[in-house]
Design a protein. Sequence first.
Length: 260
Amino acid sequence: MSDMTTTTIIIAVLASLFVLVAVTFTLQQIEKTNRDRKALVAGLKNQTRNFSYLLEGFPDGFLSRDLKLLVGQCLHDGLDQLLRLEPRNAQHQEEKRQLEDKLAQIRNQAGEAPYQPLADAAQIQEVQKLLNSLFNVVQRLLQNKRLNASQADQYGRQIKRLATRVALDAHLNNAQQASSAGKFRLAVHHYGLVIEKMTKNNKDGSYSAQIAAYEQRRAELEALASQQENGGGDAEVKGEWKEFDEQQKDENWKKKAIYD
């Protein structure tokens, strides 16, 4: 009887240890699952904020309907995932409702608004960053097989066309500012970049009239620059142009941005 009691006690202790280990392991798994879930929720929230900014951050009428719907669908998918993880979250529910209303409005748009040139340097830089982000989104969707090659190419071409226009806006803005400041050689340089980029993207002839106008303007500025330089000119202006020219020699003009 004593031996059986001892055996029973040993078995009970071993069973208790087994239960303790099992409970500890289960709690650890639950804790790990909770951490993983919190990390996933945080990542999805960050992702939806980024897509929301892409949808709202561009100037009115800048993006085509197709690009807006693409970004909006990505945002919608992110909100769906958040609601699966946090089904009772009222904020996610409201954001999804508002987004669905917005997507319905976009689908019902009567047509595409004409492109409005950008004149503010800070806005131009921000739009260029957003276009790069949007292009990267398209590439990730292609890699994840959520877009096929044809769809990705179509969206990519739209983004590149917009990026070209924004780059032209930037050079034109710089050219006009330089001309107004009497920095004619610098203005000639920027008009040259405008003409070069337009010529490169003028297979359909859409830039022909503008190219002719800018070539005439460049010639006028070239004459003014020559007069300024031959007449001694403004030493400060000449120094600024020389500094600019030297700086460009040290930089890589063909940056790996989509607008190059």
